[in-house]
Ligand binder design. Structure first.
Ligand SMILES: [Zn+2]
Length: 270
């Protein structure tokens, strides 16, 4: 492949980006890996589909399958964080995570782009949920003990700005929980290998557009943390297949990552 990018890495600003893989019927959506910080940058000139997947599952329904992934996040929080405090869930949906945290004594707040999902959370849980984009709405400094972003970070064009916003809202020594795809996962490597060698191309619908702007692995995520006043406490990977999860937690090859970080210093610029 001989491709030149007309952009620099969105994490470190380096120009040394190498073609990594492509998506779409004609492979027209290109992803480039930065040789310096390892972030995988999508060439945004291909277009983005940021339409929301609205899920209106009852947050109090313990049997709803769509709540299970939030339950796993909650078990992780409960194990890692010693005592309850103020918790903001960014992209809270109908509020399953807020519901579980509320039951355990946390003071809970939500932020959600979908008005419909936010209203379900407000009506069912009586929690304050702001409808809007956390990158642009006004925020109070040093308010929260915990902020969660589950499957949000990869959709944001500017990861540094996102972490700066989290830093601003968190108390010093406060925690942030991230969940996102792990670009270095074993099955992702295999899929890329099959696609790049032409052995197996994934089929894409005609009107397909990518939704992820940036893809992280542990190294690029850690690079982001160091730039924005955070320290990594715990990194694990998982998949939606519970049988192999035990293995993935230890080998870090699952296709989804879960990371707990702590704010070590406040950034002056906001
Ligand atoms: Zn970079």
């Amino acid at each position: 492949m001989n491709l030149q990018t007309n952009f620099t890495c969105r994490l470190c600003g380096d120009i040394d980006l190498k073609p990594f893989y492509s998506l779409g019927q004609r492979g027209q959506f290109k992803y480039f890996r930065c040789r310096n910080c390892t972030l995988v940058n999508y060439d945004l000139s291909g277009g983005l589909d940021q339409s929301q997947y609205i899920d209106l599952t009852d947050p109090t329904d313990n049997r709803a399958q769509k709540n299970y992934d939030k339950d796993a996040s909650w078990r992780f929080i409960n194990k890692q964080i010693p005592k309850p405090g103020k918790f903001l869930d960014v992209g809270c949906g109908t509020g399953r995570l807020l519901y579980l945290a509320q039951n355990a004594g946390w003071d809970t707040y939500g932020l959600e782009l979908s008005a419909e999902a936010a209203k379900t959370a407000i009506n069912r849980l009586k929690v304050p949920v702001i409808i809007g984009d956390f990158l642009t709405i006004e925020a109070e400094p040093n308010k929260y003990d915990l902020i969660a972003l589950r499957h949000v970070l990869e959709h944001l064009v500017d990861p540094i700005l996102a972490l700066q916003k989290i830093n601003f809202r968190l108390k010093t020594n406060g925690y942030a929980l991230f969940e996102m795809p792990n670009i270095d996962a074993l099955d992702m490597r295999l899929k890329r290998m099959l696609a790049n060698t032409g052995i197996h191309q994934k089929q894409f619908p005609k009107n397909y557009l990518p939704g992820h702007c940036n893809e992280f692995c542990r190294a690029s995520f850690q690079f982001l943390l160091e730039k924005t006043g955070f320290k990594l406490i715990h990194w694990e990977t998982y998949s939606l297949k519970p049988v192999v999860n035990f293995l993935y937690r230890h080998l870090h090859i699952g296709n989804k990552a879960r990371a707990l970080v702590t704010k070590t210093n406040s950034l002056t610029a906001q």
